[in-house]
Write a new protein. Structure first.
Length: 191
């Protein structure tokens, strides 16, 4: 049994030492996932990639999580899901009235060209993914692995237990489905 898988099993069973030993082995990969995810986030995002990794890791091996991971791929899929939830929660929190609500930061030089707020896109994507999961759970999971987990198609296929060809078809379907949903949602929003 590979070292990471053994430590994942021990950490899931509550072994704090295993959880501590696991972090150095998976940190670089988690950091790369988080950095890739943060690169497409809003520039006003205050959450840093390092904080995202730490928060996701705590959710994965914390005392409230009694999950057992089958392998490395399953662990990184869970990490991708945790990062998604953290980012969506942060976007929703920033959108609340208490945290500035609908106010947007505008540089004086660019008053005429105000771009749409990317956190709205993240919340809309999360809502669309939830709807997709109700209809096609495998497609939603694949999007989560690819978009939030940064996994290549072949690796995501392996995690899902499907052939790369099947994953390719599911990926094409999911992208088309999400495109339709997100453009329909944008058309419904008042200008």
């Amino acid at each position: 049994m590979p070292e990471v898988t053994r430590l994942l099993d021990a950490a899931a069973a509550g072994d704090r030492r295993a959880a501590a030993d696991l972090l150095p082995l998976v940190y670089d990969e988690l950091r790369a996932l988080a950095a890739a995810r943060m690169a497409v986030e809003s520039p006003d995002q205050t959450l840093q990639a390092t904080a995202l990794v730490h928060e996701a890791y705590l959710r994965l091996v914390g005392p409230a999580d009694a999950c057992r991971w089958e392998n490395r791929g399953h662990f990184f899929a869970a990490a991708a899901e945790a990062m998604r939830r953290i980012l969506v929660d942060a976007a929703r929190r920033r959108g609340r009235e208490k945290h500035g609500g609908g106010l947007r930061r505008v540089e004086l030089d660019g008053v005429a060209a105000v771009a749409p707020d990317p956190r709205d896109d993240l919340v809309a994507l999360d809502a669309a993914l939830t709807r997709l999961a109700a209809e096609e759970p495998q497609a939603a999971r694949l999007v989560e692995l690819r978009h939030f987990g940064g996994m290549p198609l072949a690796e995501a296929a392996h995690v899902l237990g499907v052939s790369p060809r099947t994953a390719d078809r599911v990926w094409a379907f999911a992208r088309a489905w999400l495109h339709r949903e997100l453009t329909t949602d944008a058309d419904r929003q008042p200008s």
